[in-house]
Design a protein. Sequence first.
Length: 249
Amino acid sequence: MAGEPGAPGPDGWQRLAPGVHRCRLPGWDCTVGLVAGAGGALLVDAGGTPRQGAAVRDAALRLTGGAPVRHLALTHPHFDHVLGAGAFPGAEVVGAAGLAEALGGSAGRAALYADAVRHGAPAAGARAAVDGLGPGAPRVREVGAEPYGLDLGGVRVLLVDAGPGHTACDLAVLVRPAAGPAVLFCGDLVEESGPPQAGPDAVAHRWPAALDGLLRLAGEDALYVPGHGAVVDAAFVRAQRDALARGGV
C-alpha cells in the first residue's frame, strides 16, 4: 500500500510516520501507539498489566529521548488496553463518553478484573491495577460529539468518539504527521489478526456505521492501525465493515 510503514525493530516498535510508532504487545497481541512532537507525547492504550504498562512507559521514554507521556488515549474499556494505565500517573487520560464510569464504577471494575483473570492475567496484579482505577483515579477527559484536538508540536492529533460498536465507548485517534499519510488508531473497532470480537458489551448493529465513520474521518490513503494485528488500509476496513453488516460477529 502507499506509505507502507517500515518493519518492526528488534524491540517490537514499528515506525509508521515521523513521530508515530506502534507496538504489538506480547500475550494478548494488543497494539499500543506512541505519537510524539516537539511539545510532548501521546500514548494510545497502555497494555493489560502493570508490568506491560511499565515496559511501554520505558520504551516511550527511549523513543522520545526522555519526553514524558502527557496524554493517554484509551480506545475502550477492556483490560488488555487499560490495565497498564497506572504506569502513567501524570498523563491526561482521554476516552469516549462513558469511559469514566466503565473504569471508575464498581460494576466496571469487577468486569475488568474478571475478564483479565479469565484471560490469564495474574490475579494479584490485575487486582492492583483495577483498584487503581477506582473513583477519580484516573480522572478521564471524555470526548463527546465534539472531537478533542491536540497539537503536539508539529504533529496534530484528533481524538474522536467513534462508536458505539466494539463497546459502548470506542475512541479513535487520528494523527496528521509532519510528512506522509494520516495514521488512524482504531482500537478494536478494527481487528486484523482475527475476526472482530463481540463481547456482551458490544453494540453489533451499530458497528458497521462506526467503520463508515472511520473511513470518512481518515480517508482512502490513511494507515489504519487495528487494536490487534497488522496495519491495514481503507480497503481492509471496508471489507470488515461489509462482513459485520452481514452479521459477521
